[in-house]
Design a binder for this molecule. Structure first.
Ligand code: NAP
Length: 430
């Protein structure tokens, strides 16, 4: 029997505590699968006396995770604290510096500092593993890096935030408003007290930036991700989308072409029969198009204690087995600088809802603004009559460039009969 893999766990919250629990519960199974036991020999968190439902009796306690990363005689440090900077980053850097492998679930850290950390890890001959940072329990990092290693993937799209998907799914199923469902999600623990990271698309963008690097072999460039959240999605948009044969999802899309890499997170109308449309509730899903394998889809729970701990422990198992894979599918030195394709160059159809005064000639004005921007209308719906009031006009367009669409939206917003800025949602048919 090989000697145990000694593990130090920094952070004993939702993910950290469950990781320690999983390792204890599956000790025998993991020993068989790794060819050696996994031994949690040190832990660190803020409050030593908090009841975490764990027996930490024989495990060395550190108040300071950075000191633990340096001093504990561990082969692997698990960083499960969170935050892109500060103590989480310091702990990872310290561990790498003294030659310990690092496993983290921290998407913000990898999205912002993943290249530097990966470079340091490779120079030190240790692993930086982050399966749990993208789509929680769905093994999509491994799938892209290993399972699809033989393919060129030029486009990937995903539902990367369970909170947003829960809200949008519930809005469609119940017809209720965004604010009401968000409050309910907070009550059930599907949304944070401060939900902005999730509903403003930042969490999904962190994950997308990591997936882009893995998929295209380029450096991680979080700043280059175009980000829109779901706050502006109205119950009537969900209803109109359904009538038109679509669902609204918050998508992360990354595409690689001769013009560069375009990364974007925004709500999108997806056809009801598209594979990604079947990903509902708190689930995450990723669809990748490989040139030899064709379409592949990965789906499962993107957050929560069990799914995230499952991914963390999978990375630990790899290390225990002695398996080392280049951090982002290729060594960090081989990652190419990212050539950004601006959002203005996105080409596709659009959904536009305009709230207008209910009087003759309004539709012609809107159609004129689109015509003047060289955009052709695919379908138009005008519902209800409100004498002297405001009614929605909903249009879908044929394929056009984002820059033209933005021009048209400015013209439409400036019309006297238009009551509020138009709501535009991109349509993603592939
Ligand atoms: N929760 C999920 O579903 C999920 C899913 C995927 C990825 N992740 C990622 O996993 C990581 C952890 O998330 P989480 O939900 O488990 O967070 P959490 O429940 O807030 O736990 C954070 C832990 O870090 C400890 N901590 C905070 N500051 C510390 C400090 N200065 N020194 C020592 N310990 C400190 C806390 O200690 P105390 O307990 O003593 O306060 C706590 O145990 C994050 O990067 C997150 O993005 C989470």
């Amino acid at each position: 029997m090989r000697p145990p893999l000694k593990l130090a766990v920094a952070g004993l919250g939702v993910v950290g505590a469950e990781t320690v629990r999983l390792i204890a519960e599956h000790a025998k199974l993991l020993q068989q699968r790794c060819g050696r036991p996994i031994e949690v020999m040190a832990v660190s968190a803020r409050e030593r006396n908090k009841d975490r439902g764990l027996d930490l009796g024989s495990i060395h306690w550190f108040d300071d995770p950075v000191a633990m990363a340096r001093e504990a005689d561990a082969e692997v440090i698990c960083e499960l604290i969170g935050g892109s900077d500060g103590i989480a980053k310091d702990a990872c850097e310290a561990a790498i510096e003294v030659g310990r492998h690092v496993v983290t679930a921290n998407k913000a850290l990898i999205a912002l500092h993943g290249v530097g950390l990966g470079r340091a890890a490779e120079a030190a001959g240790v692993t930086l593993a982050y399966e749990a940072a993208v789509a929680g329990g769905v093994p999509v990092v491994k799938a892209l890096r290993e399972g699809l290693a033989a393919n060129c993937v030029n486009r990937l799209q995903g539902i990367l935030n369970g909170t947003c998907n829960y809200i949008l799914t519930n809005m469609r199923e119940t017809g209720r408003d965004f604010a009401e469902i968000l409050a309910e999600a907070q009550e059930y623990g599907y949304a944070e007290a401060d939900p902005s990271f999730d509903i403003d698309g930042i969490d999904a963008a962190h994950k997308l930036a990591i997936l882009t690097s893995l998929t295209f072999g380029c450096e991680i460039d979080f700043e280059a991700v175009h980000i829109e959240g779901i706050r502006h999605i109205d119950a009537q948009d969900i209803r109109f989308a359904t009538e038109l044969g679509y669902k609204i999802k918050l998508l992360g899309i990354t595409e690689n072409s001769e013009c560069g890499v375009q990364q974007r997170v925004h709500p999108a109308l997806v056809p009801l029969d598209a594979p990604i449309a079947s990903v509902e509730g708190v689930f995450n899903g990723v669809v990748a198009e490989g040139n030899f394998v064709g379409t592949t889809m990965f789906e499962g729970r993107g957050a929560g204690d069990g799914p995230t701990a499952s991914a963390v422990v999978a990375d630990i198992v790899d290390i225990a087995r002695g398996r080392q894979t280049p951090t982002y599918g290729v060594p960090v030195e081989a990652l190419s600088p990212i050539k950004v394709r601006p959002m203005d160059e996105r080409v596709g159809p659009y959904y536009v809802r305009v709230m207008v005064s209910d009087k003759p000639g309004v539709f012609a004005d809107i159609a004129g603004a689109l015509r003047d921007s060289q955009i052709s209308i695919e379908s138009a719906v005008q519902r209800g009559r409100a004498e002297g009031g405001v009614v929605p006009v909903v249009l879908t367009t044929h394929e056009t460039k984002e820059a033209a669409m933005r021009r048209a939206l400015e013209l439409i917003a400036a019309l006297d009969s238009v009551a509020e800025p138009p709501c535009m949602i991109r349509i993603e048919n592939s």
